[in-house]
Ligand binder design. Sequence first.
Ligand code: KIV
Ligand code: ZN
Length: 500
Amino acid sequence: MSDNKLFIFDTTLRDGEQVPGCQLNTVEKIEVARALESLGVDVIEAGFPVSSPGDFKSVVEISKAVTWPAICALTRAVEKDIDVAAEALKFAKKGRIHTGIGTSDSHIKYKFNSNREEILERAVAATKYAKKYVEDVEFYCEDAGRTDNEYLARVTEAVIKAGATVVNIPDTTGYCLPDEYGAKIKYLMEHVDGIHNAILSTHCHNDLGMATANTVQGVLNGARQVEVTINGIGERAGNTSLEEVAMIFHSHKEQNIITNINTTKIYSLSRMVSALMNMPVQPNKAIVGRNAFAHSSGIHQDGVLKNRESYEIIDPKDVGIDDNSIVLTARSGRAALKHRLHVLGVELEQDKLDKAYNEFLKLADRKKDINDDDILMLVGKDRTAMHRIKLEYLQVTSGIGLQSVASVCLDLSGVKRYEAASGNGPVDAAIKAVKKAISNSDMTIQEFLIQAINKGSDDTGKVHMQVDYKGNIYYGFSANTDIIAASAEAFVDAINKFIN
Ligand code: KIV
Ligand code: ZN
């Protein structure tokens, strides 16, 4: 194996999916896994099988659906976890068990009420136990970022001796400085006997905005696997973003680090993950943000028009942004919509395409420029097809000096319910009418975010909502050119998550 090959380990479906409100069902996970395969990732971490039947099933189904990347399943250093992970991986062409334990003094003392020697023994035992099932065993030293380097080297050496093929050095809390993280990897490369029998992996969190910088420092000091997610999604401030690392080594050829990533597929996958997880990409996000290649100042525009490289270090086409894309309007045909969806990584069967096209025509009547976000929203609408409660009709009157009043019709598993309510503004009236229609007013809205996708008064508004019901939080989402309708739809979306 050439030592400038960098293995890309994608954990969008495990660490990324832990974000509240971003959970995907198995079908959606398979869709993402297939797209990751065609992007060229080397390893897909598909879940934590012992954590839930849903995660177990996803690992099984992704193992069946994907051919060449290794499929990885997470465990704690616990035999039961490892047994369940091995069972979930039984259809994987290449299966990897990712086991591990906290190694920082704080984890050892407060999480495990243990000591360094005992933790070392557990690490070795878990590695050996996983090795009974699969050849490819990755060991993670949780909170390695705050683990004493000498002890970290002892654990690394011991698990390699026990058969670990990869040792993961997570900066679990996102605390390290880039120099410090790079020095940690260098220390391990220089002080661990047998280090060349395994690969060191980076796994950096972004709490201080340094995940990508730390990952790059890790690679420059000898790590040859990076654990990353699409759009950098992940708990709290997220994980290292795949697209940033891939484009850093694509742009800095002098570093002589090679990945297997087909960079032209980055943009469509970023959009797919954002749409499926209802997780907007910040406009100024490096590589995939809406403004990443938008030059608005006159000086920049002039420079780019004369020579793109004056202000752009990456050709947008290299990440799959097709600036010659067909502009979709009310006069565009099905083929144009199909092409645009294909560019965005979405393939629809004929009946779904027909449905999306009808929705598209309705939207195009109301909105002049239909952009990629609009199109993905249209396709996303189909995800409500399985909802037991559907908002069929909404009419609201409101205005200055008027009491807001809303009338709704809900379809409750085939039964129509009509209700009306007044409220302190149009959204309040609509929500109260929905509550009356389902004869349940026990839910309260905790968070309510309305976001315009682009600009212009005809823009589509996205609504994210957190609804508290009996002490649990449920997430609702919708997008509509009518923000009152989007708000009511998001509320109904949340209700569908807990109603039987
Ligand atoms: O951040 C972390 O330490 C992890 C491990 C479980 C690999 O996600
Ligand atoms: Zn993590």
